[in-house]
Design a protein around this ligand. Structure first.
Ligand code: FPP
Length: 259
């Protein structure tokens, strides 16, 4: 009886996914999707589980959403996995997150690589535990020539921190005469960011009911479309991703102009 219930639920979910997927305009798929993976702690609390179990469940969602984005032909997916402010969390939680990251890279490497995914990171990864930094560099070196989805894991990432880093490097290039003050434009600063060479996110998704940017991609989000949902990240499904893309496709993006 229980088996039948789960089977029917799975079937229904797949049908819903297919229905919305069929409605997507495949000629207008966003190039860059960024996600603030929020709600893991509350998801766990609801179930009387430790917070780290919420993060563990969140990794399952990552696995599925990465595959879905790659199949849709999305070029960049940026996931906010650990912010410059997340160091304020209890040590045990920080350690658990770092462990999950290493496990993810080790367990998923073969599949991601065989699916042509580039495993990239944005943020100051030199301040992460050595093993995390090493695994990230190794994963990037082995996948950098792939041509499919670029998976940006935002780790020890903060938008303000990134802008300060960019500003300092630009200032030193100015002093050395590598760039001229009169040549500084939007793109000049963009080129100093971790996301240099990538398009700005078309859409930023934040599940779990919170509606704020939390120091994520501050420069890059100037004209991003925002999509919020009450679903907590561990419960976020492909259907939700397709809903977000569907809504995005029906927005009127004017970039300050008129249409
Ligand atoms: C926010 O939820 C989530 C995080 C700070 C961490 C996200 C990390 C993962 C899903 C896994 C590790 C990453 C990789 C790349 C394997 P929250 O804890 O703030 O939730 P709450 O607001 O409900 O407390």
């Amino acid at each position: 009886m229980k088996f039948l219930f789960f089977k029917n639920r799975k079937k229904l979910r797949e049908e819903n996914e297919k229905n919305i997927l069929d409605k997507l305009d495949l000629n207008n798929i966003p190039k860059h999707i960024a996600i603030i993976m929020d709600g893991n702690g509350r998801w766990a609390k609801e179930k009387n589980l430790p917070r780290t179990m919420g993060h563990k469940a969140g990794v399952e969602t990552i696995r599925d959403i990465v595959k879905a984005c790659n199949s849709l032909g999305i070029k960049y997916l940026t996931l906010y996995a650990f912010s410059t402010e997340n160091w304020k969390r209890p040590k045990d939680e920080v350690n658990a997150l770092m462990k999950l990251l290493v496990e993810y890279l080790k367990n998923e490497f073969e599949e991601l690589n065989s699916n042509n995914v580039v495993i990239n990171s944005i943020g100051n990864i030199s301040k992460l535990p050595r093993i995390c930094e090493e695994e990230l560099i190794k994963a990037y070196e082995k996948t950098k020539n792939n041509t499919g989805l670029v998976l940006n894991l935002a780790l020890n990432y903060g938008g303000r921190d990134e802008i300060i880093m960019a500003f300092k490097n630009m200032y030193s290039d100015l002093n050395e005469g590598k760039i001229k003050e009169e040549d500084i434009k939007d793109e000049t600063l963009s080129n100093y960011l971790y996301t240099s060479g990538m398009p700005d996110p078309d859409i930023i998704i934040r599940p779990s009911g919170e509606q704020r940017i939390s120091n994520f991609l501050l420069w890059q989000c100037a004209y991003s479309e925002f999509w919020y949902s009450n679903i907590k990240w561990p419960d976020f499904t492909r259907e939700n991703l397709y809903e977000a893309i569907y809504d995005y496709q029906h927005r009127n993006r004017r970039f300050g102009g008129i249409k």
